[in-house]
Ligand binder design. Structure first.
Ligand code: MRU
Length: 333
């Protein structure tokens, strides 16, 4: 089996697999250039909430490496740049604030670089441990050998460890609790058919890709026992921003009386947000809809509206699985 990590720290640099090239090419990038990492986050070479957070922590730390005489100016510039890459996954801001806080409270700025790297390594190592705990906690939701639907990609590619929602599926499979997995293809960037399929195939777990619009039909035909997805930002009341299409699945699940679970580390909880109403949703470039691999599938001049995420209200969520436990409603983080 191929062991993949979305992000890793190797010989003083960040190592990541370029997810835009998968599943056809396993191309790794190794860099300590914060601007290169910002680009990678913006263009989804590094993607998925926990991986974005880990990468951002290292990127902000690296910005000090070549800072010269004005480290304050350099780290502030890097902070702004990294914070502007993607607006929805709160892990990005969580990690940036953590690292910035350590820098600002460091009385000896000459030694800050080593400290920031050490804290970034902590964030990375903790992320890996959280993945294991989420998987162990997640086993509790399986009452029998199950047919599971998942959306987007939430495996090892999106963490410094073994993943969140998809890692629960892997753990359940190892415990003989998975009959079959359906991976929603996840239009428009196909994280499901490219990345989740890649991870399930490598793990030898029986699966099929479905188009996003096939989900209702499968639910009606009793082909889905439960749904598990990840999250990009969870409000204190449990409202959850995740990949566009998650809300549709939640509404369908309610209609068909199928439980829907969210799995995420607590770094995805935005404790400053009472509800999901104020979560900023990223709007993606129209070309991602009008073209497939640079080939036009419709006329370029047609207008497009392409939100990358939606918000599933807490009352459609059966439970939220974190590294601490399976949280049942009413949620109060
Ligand atoms: O736009 P993406 O691919 O970064 O969106 C990712 C998702 O929506 C994931 O479900 C989420 O980040 C959880 S990853 C453990």
């Amino acid at each position: 089996m191929i062991e993949i990590k979305g992000v890793d720290f190797v010989d003083g640099k960040l190592k990541f697999i370029d997810q835009t090239k998968l599943p056809f090419e396993e191309r790794y990038v190794i860099t300590d250039d914060y601007e290169r990492i910002a680009e990678a986050i913006k263009h989804l070479e590094i993607r998925g909430a926990p991986a974005i957070g880990v990468a951002a922590a290292f990127a902000l730390s690296f910005s000090l490496k070549y800072a010269g005489q004005n480290p304050d100016q350099q780290i502030n510039k890097a902070y702004e740049r990294l914070a502007s890459t993607r607006p929805t996954a709160v892990n990005l801001f969580w990690a940036l604030k953590k690292i910035m806080n350590i820098y600002q409270n460091d009385p000896d700025k000459k030694k800050s670089y080593d400290k920031l790297i050490r804290h970034s390594i902590n964030i990375l190592e903790e992320d890996a441990v959280k993945c294991q705990k989420i998987a162990a906690n997640g086993l509790e939701i399986f009452k029998k050998k199950s047919k599971v639907l998942t959306h987007c990609n939430t495996g090892a590619l999106v963490t410094a460890g073994s993943g969140t929602a998809l890692n629960i599926i892997k753990e359940a499979y190892n415990n003989d609790l998975i009959e079959h997995v359906y991976a929603g293809e996840t239009r428009p960037l196909l994280q499901g058919s490219r990345l989740t399929a890649y991870e399930l195939y490598n793990a030898d777990i029986p699966f099929e890709i479905i188009t996003d619009s096939a989900a209702a039909y499968l639910m009606k035909r009793n082909k889905i026992d439960l749904i598990i997805t990840g999250a990009d930002r969870i409000a204190r009341n449990g409202d959850t921003a995740n990949k566009i299409g998650t809300y549709s699945l939640a509404v369908l699940a309610k209609f068909h009386k199928i439980p829907l679970y969210i799995a995420a580390p607590t770094s995805t909880i935005d404790y400053g947000l009472e509800t999901g109403m104020k979560i900023e949703i990223e709007i993606r470039d129209k070309k991602e809809v009008t073209q497939l691999n640079d080939i036009p599938v419709t006329r370029g001049e047609y207008p497009v509206y392409s939100p990358a995420f939606d918000i599933t209200p807490a009352d459609l969520i059966t439970a939220i699985i974190t590294e601490h436990k399976v949280h049942k409603p009413p949620f109060n983080f």
